[in-house]
Design a protein around this ligand. Structure first.
Ligand code: AMP
Ligand code: MG
Length: 496
């Protein structure tokens, strides 16, 4: 793709069409912005025309010091249920939407800063971000994207040269995030909780036009909108579950209407398989534990549905309840269907409708084995692909002995043998990554960047995670789980 040399011009559909949904706000001044990382492939994909700019200019632009044509920085308003409790006003307390761009594929994308200073929604916060959480979001977003899972992405990380005060004094940074939009369930809740239904309708029409345009002219559009959002969330959470990702803070303000993964705060990847896994230091009850994620998404969607009821039936919102409930119940069906199809692909099972019930049993028995023997989730699937090629040694090495899974393995071989003789191994390898963001490697990379201003481990890890399905012998270390000692004590923190 050709890059033009003129930088892009921002559009402002959100600012223009939703005047009540934000407060305009200037990014804070930063004395010595310094470009830590720039996502050139993404810039090119978006047709931004910035490839020729010197890094000092990129640092100025993506710390908000130099505003490009059309930019109208604003802090978006939203509310949200956080760990089950409702906060009527959250909003961008440390973020600003710079504007929107239309990428060459015709999609509208938000370009937003995070860590760019205080706004009208900052409450007691300083509006800033530290380099560790900024790089963490960069890395995990790119990893998610390269795994083929819908996500917001990082365009740039810029060091501010200033200190940010948390438990320790940390170097500050600003992230530039690209998203299909930043409309959250919490954005709907903001006006719904004030019973300002005209605004909720305005937002719904805008979100439909932007994300589900085929529904725009439909009389049942709000109901269909709920169904569409629910199905996208079901697919997204199925993807997370299949890859072993734990979001960690699935509050309604962290759930995007677009169906993209958003807000990489205390997230983590599971190593030894445990359905109870939870890493976030603030999630003491395990509300957002691995196994609870589908149910929590459904809970959030129920809160979303409540904001739409008065739009679905203006005269009598109660009358819309049965239809809405049916959609919310279908979430489970949709989720299970997506999850099973994904699990069948991961097991290398062709003809997924051949014998659904016995496939389901096969998958569940496999997961039970992984849980009983605390097997590394990622490696188990990957090494099963080797077993499909007749080499089960690497798989055996993950279990205490080959006997414990011998029965299961022969059932699986039997199922595979029913298939036409295509290459199960390479199909399995294309859906079972060898490289995921291992928690200890992520932490090491962030510590080097934070403590020693050394970005080399970060860049190496990013390069590895860009090709998660291609195993390379020289990268063996990147495929290994952390020591038990590390994982047993690993806690993540909200990236504020
Ligand atoms: P999060 O937990 O990152 O999803 O953020 C929850 C809410 O807290 C959002 O309204 C954020 O904008 C706000 N917030 C988080 N960190 C800060 C900060 N350092 N300064 C101001 N607001 C913040
Ligand atoms: Mg958030």
């Amino acid at each position: 793709m050709q890059e033009s040399s003129a930088p892009f011009r921002f559009g402002n559909s959100y600012a223009e069409e939703l005047p009540d949904f934000y407060v305009e706000s200037a990014p804070m001044a930063v004395e010595t912005p310094n470009l830590l990382q720039f996502n050139m492939p993404l810039a090119i994909e978006l047709g931004l025309g910035v490839a020729d700019l010197p890094s000092q200019d990129l640092a100025q632009i993506f710390s908000g010091q130099k505003l490009l044509a059309g930019s109208r920085p604003l802090a978006q308003a939203y509310a949200g249920h956080q760990f089950g409790g409702f906060s009527p006003q959250l909003g961008d307390g440390r973020g600003l939407l710079l504007g929107e761009v239309v990428s060459p594929d015709g999609c509208l994308r938000d370009i937003a800063l995070k860590g760019s200073g205080r706004t009208a929604f900052s409450r007691g916060g300083d509006g800033k971000a530290a380099i560790g959480p900024v790089l963490r979001e960069y890395l995990l977003g790119e990893a998610m994207y390269c795994l083929g899972i819908p996500t917001t992405r990082a365009l740039a990380a810029v060091a501010t040269g200033e200190s940010v005060y948390r438990e320790n004094t940390l170097p500050g940074a600003i992230l530039t995030r690209v998203a299909s939009s930043h409309i959250r369930i919490g954005t709907f809740q903001f006006f719904a909780s004030q019973q300002r239904w005209d605004q909720v309708r305005q937002l719904a029409d805008y979100a439909i036009k932007r994300h589900y345009p085929h529904l725009s002219g439909d009389n049942d559009r709000y109901l269909l909108f709920l169904r569409a959002v629910s199905e996208r969330q079901a697919s997204l959470v199925a993807d997370w579950m299949l890859i072993g990702f734990i979001h960690g803070v699935m509050n309604t303000d962290n759930m995007a209407i677009s169906g993209e993964t958003i807000d990489y705060g205390p997230c983590a990847y599971m190593e030894a398989f445990s359905t109870d896994a939870v890493f976030s230091s603030i999630d003491q009850q395990g509300r957002y534990a691995y196994k609870n994620q589908p149910q929590m998404a459904q809970w959030n969607l129920t809160r979303f549905a409540e904001t739409l009821l008065p739009l679905i039936d203006e005269d009598d919102p109660e009358r819309a309840v049965p239809e809405v409930e049916a959609i919310l119940n279908d979430f489970t069906l949709h989720y299970e269907k997506q999850w099973l199809a994904g699990a069948q692909a991961k097991l290398g099972l062709e003809n997924p409708s051949l014998d659904i019930d016995s496939d389901k049993l096969l998958v569940n028995d496999w997961l039970n084995l992984l849980e009983i023997y605390s097997v590394d989730y990622t490696l188990a699937w990957r090494r099963l692909a080797d077993a499909a090629a007749g080499n089960s040694e690497s798989l055996e090495a993950l279990f205490p002995s080959s006997e414990v899974f011998a029965d299961w393995l022969s059932r699986w071989h039997e199922r595979i043998a029913k298939q036409s003789a295509v290459d199960s191994t390479s199909r399995m390898r294309s859906v079972n990554p060898i490289y995921i963001p291992r928690n200890h490697l992520v932490e090491d990379a962030l510590a080097a960047a934070t403590n020693d201003a050394n970005l080399e481990p970060f860049e190496k890890l990013l390069a590895v995670l860009t090709h998660p399905f291609d195993e390379r012998p020289e990268l063996a270390n990147y495929a290994q789980p952390a020591s038990e000692n590390f994982t047993g004590r690993y806690k993540t923190f909200c990236g504020t």
